[in-house]
Design a protein around this ligand. Structure first.
Ligand code: NDP
Ligand code: HSE
Length: 442
């Protein structure tokens, strides 16, 4: 039976994502009504610039007073696609206080204040859904929250930022410069309002915090996530990666410790073998591996950014939340019962690719190898190539040139690797540490 009184939706934000949400709500109104069991009506659209032309949206719905919109009292669902911390946080809590459920795409806010927002939703007996916050169109939050609720997830690893994947892919495949690729990603609507959030890894770290919290049933905040951006990745890093049969991706990696007593969450650029499925994730696509005890390895893949893909996830949440409302029910809330501590980056175990500029003379390799051994870091491979052979015949006694030494290690803790690099820097024969890159996915 179709209910005739429509469910009223307040749309907060009508930018890249919000405009697509409004478009799909309008063009698919009949299908949405049939799937939900009641019509859904756009009751108001809050924006910053009221005079901007917004195609397909009744100008009478536009307001700059988002607070008044969420306080109206007749709003069933608030869709928050403004982004950032404030006023989004206050608007969402106000929405709960006034009886609305909330759908949001705001990973920054959820990573920072997810616990408080979940608590506010629970107090008001309303839903908080945020599928679009991680992985754009890819169903990821709901599979983790619901489909895998009976399993034990041990690892989540993937590419969760479309902008940086777009840039790295362009740099690797076309040799494009960093700024040129970033400008293109911004023009395509992939980047955050401040793209620093993308390129410095804050956006991916927020997503890692959300994923780790849901996957491990614990609370992981943005500050718990080790974060390194991709602005330092150079063409020469890509060349080194190629020599190893690898490419470079910005990865988010959330792991349960082997003893199950703690978790880690990190975001950083890493080399991955070209044979790994993540290596072939192109453009603004995202891909996430979830490894769980019973299911084994699952891969989620799809468009990770952009207005229309993200709106798809928002609309999916809207339908779910509306159905819950009609049934007088709510979906799952926060599950943080495991209360696992988040271990520091030093405890993370992985492999490393280290590029050193060294004096090209007898004994240097042995010196370098000794430093690795002293810190308990086992070397897998070493490759040396001459760098500056024009002024001297390198390698000959009394003719000291410079060489590039590339060391790839076996698995070691980040703390041990850090100690090794610190000691290497103190060697007279090590002229510089050109790059350190973790190697994942093997
Ligand atoms: P935009 O910057 O394109 O849009 C933001 C919208 O919010 C604009 O319509 C803006 O109004 C409005 N706005 C800003 N401040 C206020 C305010 N104080 N009161 C009312 N309205 C306000 O952002 P996106 O659409 O790209 O992103 C929205 C959210 O979705 C963010 O949380 C983002 O992280 C998330 N997201 C984005 C994805 C993407 O690919 N773009 C993918 C996944 C998630 P005006 O139009 O007048 O400027
Ligand atoms: N700026 C984000 C990205 C949007 O590039 O992945 C999707 O969350």
């Amino acid at each position: 039976m179709m209910r005739t009184r429509p469910l009223k939706v307040a749309l907060l934000g009508c930018g890249v994502v919000g405009s697509e949400v409004a478009r799909i709500m309008t063009t698919h109104a009949d299908d949405l009504a049939a799937r939900i069991g009641a019509p859904v009506e756009l009751a108001g659209v809050a924006v910053r610039r009221p005079d901007k032309v917004r195609e397909g949206i009744d100008p009478a719905l536009i307001t700059t007073d988002a607070t008044a919109l969420v306080k109206r009292g007749d709003i069933d669902v608030v869709v928050e696609v403004i982004g950032g911390i404030e006023p989004a946080r206050t608007l969402i809590t106000t929405a709960f206080e006034h009886g609305a459920s909330v759908v949001s795409a705001n990973k920054a806010l959820l990573a920072q204040d997810g616990a408080a927002l979940h608590a506010a939703a629970e107090r008001s007996g309303r839903d908080l859904y945020y599928e679009a916050a991680v992985g754009g169109a890819i169903p990821l939050i709901r599979p983790l929250r619901e489909s895998l609720a009976g399993d034990k997830v041990n690892r989540v690893l993937g590419i969760v930022n479309g902008t940086t994947n777009f840039i790295l892919d362009k740099m690797d495949s076309t040799g494009a410069g960093y700024q040129e690729a970033l400008d293109e990603a911004t023009a395509l609507g992939y980047a955050e309002a401040d793209p620093t959030a993308d390129v410095e890894g804050f956006d991916a770290a927020a997503k890692a915090a959300i994923l780790a919290g849901i996957a491990f049933h614990t609370r992981v905040r943005l500050d718990d996530v080790h974060r390194e951006g991709m602005t330092e990745v150079t063409a020469s890093d890509f060349a080194s990666a190629k020599q190893m049969g690898c490419t470079i991706k910005l990865l988010a990696i959330c792991e349960r410790a082997a003893d199950g007593a703690s978790v880690t969450a990190r975001v950083h650029p890493a080399m991955i073998p070209l044979s790994h499925p993540l290596a072939s994730v192109r453009g603004a696509y995202n891909a996430v591996f979830v490894e769980s005890e019973a299911a084994g390895r699952l891969m989620f893949y799809g468009p990770g950014a952009g207005g229309s893909p993200t709106a798809s996830a928002v609309l999916g949440d809207l339908v779910a939340v509306c159905r819950n409302r009609l049934n007088g029910a709510t979906g799952p809330g926060e599950s943080a019962y495991a209360a696992l501590p988040v271990s520091p980056m030093g405890d993370v175990v992985t492999r490393y690719h280290i590029s050193l500029d060294v004096a090209d003379k007898p004994g240097v390799l042995a010196q370098v190898a000794t430093v690795f051994a002293e810190h308990g870091v086992s070397i897998d491979t070493v490759r040396q190539q001459g760098k500056d052979q024009s002024s001297s015949r390198s390698g000959e006694a009394g003719n000291e040139g410079e060489a590039s030494l590339v060391v790839v290690t076996h698995r070691a803790t980040d703390a041990a690797l850090g100690g090794t690099v610190e000691a290497l820097r103190k060697l007279d024969t090590v002229r510089g540490v050109a790059s350190i890159m973790r190697v994942e996915g093997e």
